[in-house]
Design a protein around this ligand. Sequence first.
Ligand code: HAM
Length: 410
Amino acid sequence: MLQKPRGTRDFLPDEMEARRTIEWQMREVARRWGYREVCTPEFEDLELFTMRSGEGIIEEMYVFEDKGGRKLALRPEITAAVIRMYINEAKVAPKPLRWCYFADCFRYERPQKGRYRQFWQFGVELIGADTALADAEIIMLAAEMLNTTGVTYELKVGHLSFMKNLLKNLEPPAQRKVMAHMDKKDFDGLKASLESIEKPDLGNSLISLVGCHDLAEAFEIAGTIPEKGRIHQTINILDAAGVDYSLNFGIARGLDYYTGMVFEGFAQNLGAENQILGGGAYRLAHLFGGDDVASCGFAIGFDRVMVSLGETQQRKDTIVAIVCTNEGRNRALEVARIFRAAGIRSEMDLMERGLGAQLAHASKSADFAIVIGQREAESGNVTLKNLHSGEQKTLDPASAIAEVGLHGAR
Ligand code: HAM
């Protein structure tokens, strides 16, 4: 028997309904904040991602050559593609641009619960606003989006300038290596790397930065940082807005393009793969041939949010089974059309079952049965049977629709 590729999933209707419900909650929050949806290709030129996405991502990419010999990659994330699109299509649009997306990404990772080779991100990118309020808006939006879904999580906010200031005398490749160790909290690897470049003293400062949750203390560890005023301003806005977060100056982010404020969210009930949110301020446009526009954004790991929400039952549609005899069929089709036009999920028997068998099947799958035999076909009324209580009434279609509307779903 053929199976789906490793690290991918099939979604049955119950799961898709639950996913769509959460997706629409996120979309609604994005809409209220003015973030409009964009869509980019599933694959891009490989170069788009090798330029700045970071070594980790490059190792995990699905890369292929098309028949024209072009080197392409399935997108491992959306940010680089959105900025490419901004340069191609919207460079001259009035700033800031507020964009969002819900899209699948592909990473060749070792699959486990919450880590897949095809996964979905709900993300936003704010392009062209370089202020403390822009940084704060992105964090507030991420928090509101996650809060709306009901997921319980911890939000950690940091800024790369602390780490970068400590590492400013290192060569860029050494900086990247150290940041990668910091991102993975691999302190043994960090110490070994620093020893190999004869900078062992940096290890202690970097490790104290990771353990530090106080802004004043972080400034003491990291030294003079030009962004100090803006960092204070961002934090003040978050506090005034009542955002629930903690400071964490050890956040390094796995992608190479971040420049300033960074943040991550961790679901409280997940195991190893508990990071459900990642984002920050970055600059990418100048690498792709555009102006050096400041941007800021985040992506929510949609699948991890769904795993975290678990078996939470979503409210299902009320289901009406349209049950009929041969003589009632044409009227039943008409009644089904009237019910569907009223927004009610209505299903007819397609198996040529007898009336009794139709009712028996309906009692397993539906909330109501509308029974239409010759009598109903002639009178224009319908027999409405509540399949939970067994109660039965003869009503005209409009009253039957109202009656169904009064009942919640199963
Ligand atoms: P990222 O942290 O690489 O950031 O990914 C964002 C989220 O995607 C992660 O926090 C995680 O929840 C989810 N995720 C990542 N890999 C997997 C996987 N293999 N399976 C399931 N979920 C996964 C970015 O991608 C940036 N583009 C975010 C961003 C937007 N920064 C600025 N704008």
